[in-house]
Write a protein that binds this ligand. Structure first.
Ligand SMILES: Nc1ncnc2c1ncn2[C@@H]1O[C@H](COP(=O)(O)OP(=O)(O)OP(=O)(O)O)[C@@H](O)[C@H]1O
Ligand SMILES: O=P(O)(O)OC[C@@]1(O)O[C@H](CO)[C@@H](O)[C@@H]1O
Length: 303
């Protein structure tokens, strides 16, 4: 079974305005409330691809109930720990450009945190756990390490999509996949990365530090896949970009949802890129029909 872990889910409140007047009254042209948070996005796209999975993490209050109801409507299995405090609301302001205002996240008590750790210690060897997104401040920066410890003890594989120190510390535990974008990779090593060769050099460092596959997304420029012995580039399909929120999560869903079927990293890479682009070309997350339509447009070449 695939599990996605979202420590800090959100209602994504997508707000479209003609123009933003700071300090003035702005009226919305359109708005939309979506269940969000990186792991939850991965779950929703996995479901589109026919990959059964269970979404876990922390949910609380009226916002948490909204998210759980939406996931159930899509027939996605859930096993969240219920917390006292409300799940956050993240604002995605579309005004020609996209401006995001993400909440800090709820307070999570020690008992609530322990309840999640217990769930992960009950996993099995053939399980894959996808850990995605920020950590609510009350949990402490080392919470992913504790979760990874529980997964590894149970013999489960894990994928991690986070940044900074939490990502670096996860690498020694040999994640199946990490997926920074090229900006996050540059920040991680405090360098400027311009060329594909430079990006590959730093991507390899993640492999050397323990990651088994490194996927580096580059928005409209496609992505790089670095495996133990090869480096591949994939072009991104062309289309009209409507939304970039969740493109990276969709890419992880496409990769993992395909990899579990046949352990073929190249097919997984192709579906990952198509899934990311299908989300970029949609108002909400990618739907299966568009992913399948875009797959043949992804050109993969060895670097
Ligand atoms: N403008 C675009 N045109 C085509 N495909 C895109 C575009 N933007 C994103 N994608 C697709 O989605 C994948 C992931 O995008 P990106 O590199 O923006 O990830 P990300 O920064 O993790 O995304 P986010 O944090 O916004 O979810 C890309 O590799 C590509 O396949
Ligand atoms: O604050 P975090 O956890 O880093 O990111 C949360 C978030 O921006 O990521 C998703 C898109 O990737 C959105 O659904 C959600 O609002």
């Amino acid at each position: 079974m695939i599990y996605t872990v979202t420590l800090n889910p959100s209602i994504d409140y997508i707000v479209e305005v003609e123009d933003v007047k700071l300090g003035g009254l702005n009226r919305m042209k359109r708005d939309l409330k979506l269940p969000g948070g990186k792991g939850i996005n991965v779950s929703r796209v996995l479901k589109q691809l026919g990959a059964e999975n269970t979404a876990i993490g922390f949910l609380g209050g009226f916002t948490g109930r909204f998210i759980e109801d939406k996931l159930r409507e899509d027939c996605i299995q859930t096993d969240f720990v219920t917390v006292q405090d409300d799940t956050r609301i993240n604002i995605k302001l579309k005004h020609g450009d996209e401006t995001e205002i993400n909440g800090l996240g709820p307070d999570i008590s020690r008992e609530e945190a322990d309840a999640l750790l217990r769930k992960l210690s009950e996993l099995h060897e053939d399980d894959i756990v996808i850990l995605s997104g920020s950590i609510p401040p009350s949990l402490g920066g080392d919470f992913y390490e504790r979760l990874i410890g529980s997964c590894r003890q149970a013999g489960a594989e894990f994928v991690i999509d986070t940044t900074g120190e939490a990502l670096m510390k996860a690498l020694v535990h040999k994640p199946l996949l990490v997926k920074p974008n090229h900006h996050e990779l540059a920040e991680l090593f405090d360098v400027d990365l311009h060329t594909r060769e430079e990006i590959t050099t730093y991507g390899r460092k993640l492999l050397e530090a323990g990651a088994r596959n490194v996927l580096i997304s580059m928005a409209g420029e496609g992505a790089l896949l670095i495996t133990a012995d090869k480096v591949y580039h994939a072009t991104a399909p062309k289309g009209t970009v409507k939304n970039s929120v969740g493109a990276g999560d969709s890419m992880i869903a496409g990769f993992v949802g395909t990899y579990v079927l046949n352990s073929d990293p190249l097919e997984a890479f192709r579906t990952g890129v198509a899934s990311g682009s299908a989300t970029a070309f949609s108002d909400d997350l990618a739907e299966r029909s568009l992913i399948e339509q875009l797959q043949p447009q992804v050109q993969i070449s060895e670097c």
